[in-house]
Design a protein around this ligand. Structure first.
Ligand code: M6R
Length: 363
């Protein structure tokens, strides 16, 4: 049931604020985090966290790496399952191995999990389908509570994965004493606000629909981000290519000068994720480098960021000001909407894009 929407993807984007509220409530319902109480996960003696997944789920892991390292102080390795499983990486019993999968049936992720059984201290999964193979074969399976996701392009599962990962990172922070109580309470308060920010971000939909009609005329696009917005830039590119078939690349904006800038000309839209955080000046200077070469910047920031960036951008999308490491959860909305409306403008099969399956159960 598409619930009155034209596509499942549109419905699933729109319901994010409400399913995220459920996930936040579930994982932050007690001071210690309910997941800690029910699962007995203990990050205090852990040397390393290894996170393995495919596609969008792996980009949730890359985003969470910033949280686990910067907030909880745990060294993190993220890998895509198809590489991890054949690389034979050494895994000690002081490692928690964490697998993220919406379906819980992705063949490479399951094989990577099996590789870690008997090696890692704990096998943890973050899944949407509670009865899945990956959930069953884990020591601890944490639900993302997104409800069924039908569109092949993952949207609400991604943001719910981010919420669960953020809650786990906060739990790890508490257990390791990496932040004092006041700092932890602030971070927890910020995570609680994310469903509201996601609802606010939906108000930019009309504007994004207009931008998408123009974007649909191009053959390529680049997504730029720094810090935890870098994995989100990769996710924006994945989403756009997956459903609109426009060739897109995600790029860490600091890497621009090391190659990708050669691609910039007036045929290149560059979608820039530019929250007003401590790297804002740097991303503005990257935008200027793009504009100086004729590149068309779509700047996604807040109203003040857009004002500070000045003239010369092609389009601007103003989100509410989100002053938190968890900002990628809110910034996911405009990139999902951009991919969605671009695909609609091109007339592609949004929910069932060519050559793709919802669950990749073969290698
Ligand atoms: O079910 P999973 O989360 O394990 O699936 C992983 C990827 O196949 C999936 O995220 C894929 O990249 C999506 N179609 C992206 O929108």
């Amino acid at each position: 049931d598409k619930g009155g929407y034209r596509h499942f993807m549109a419905k699933e984007i729109a319901e994010q604020s409400s399913v995220l509220a459920d996930a936040v409530e579930y994982y932050l319902s007690s001071a210690e985090g309910r997941a800690a109480i029910e699962t007995g996960l203990d990050f205090s003696q852990v040397d390393r966290l290894v996170m393995v997944a495919c596609g969008t789920a792996s980009l949730a892991c890359h985003t969470a790496k910033y949280w686990f390292e910067q907030i909880a102080g745990i060294p993190v390795e993220v890998d895509i399952a198809s590489e991890f499983r054949y690389r034979e990486p050494p895994i000690s019993d002081r490692t928690i191995a964490l697998f993220v999968s919406q379906s819980g049936e992705t063949a490479d992720t399951l094989a990577a999990l099996r590789y870690c059984v008997g090696k890692a201290g704990r096998i943890v999964s973050i899944v949407n389908v509670a009865e899945s193979s990956i959930a069953r074969e884990s020591d601890v399976a944490l639900p993302i509570l997104a409800g069924p996701e039908i569109g092949v392009a993952s949207t609400k599962a991604f943001t719910c994965q981010l919420v669960v990962l953020a809650a786990l990172a906060l739990q790890a922070t508490r257990q390791r004493g990496a932040r004092d109580d006041a700092a932890l309470a602030t971070l927890e308060g910020q995570l609680r606000q994310m469903p509201g920010y996601v609802a606010d971000a939906m108000t930019c939909e009309d504007q994004i629909r207009d931008i998408s009609k123009e974007l649909a005329q191009f053959e390529d696009a680049i997504f730029l981000g720094r810090g935890a917005m870098y994995p989100l830039a990769l996710e924006g590119a994945l989403k756009l290519k997956e459903i609109s078939y426009i060739h897109a690349e995600g790029c860490a904006s600091g890497e621009l000068k090391h190659g990708p800038i050669a691609l910039i000309d007036s045929d290149m839209p560059v979608i820039t994720l530019a929250p007003r955080d401590n790297r804002f000046d740097k991303i503005v200077s990257n935008m200027q480098e793009v504009m100086a070469r004729g590149g068309k910047i779509v700047m996604i920031s807040d109203a003040q960021g857009i004002e500070e960036a000045g003239e010369g951008t092609w389009h601007r999308v103003a989100l509410p000001r989100v002053d938190s490491p968890f900002a990628p959860i809110a910034y996911a909305v405009p990139i999902q909407l951009l991919a969605y409306h671009t695909a609609v403008a091109k007339g592609t099969d949004v929910d069932q894009p060519r050559n793709l399956a919802k669950s990749v159960t073969v290698e």
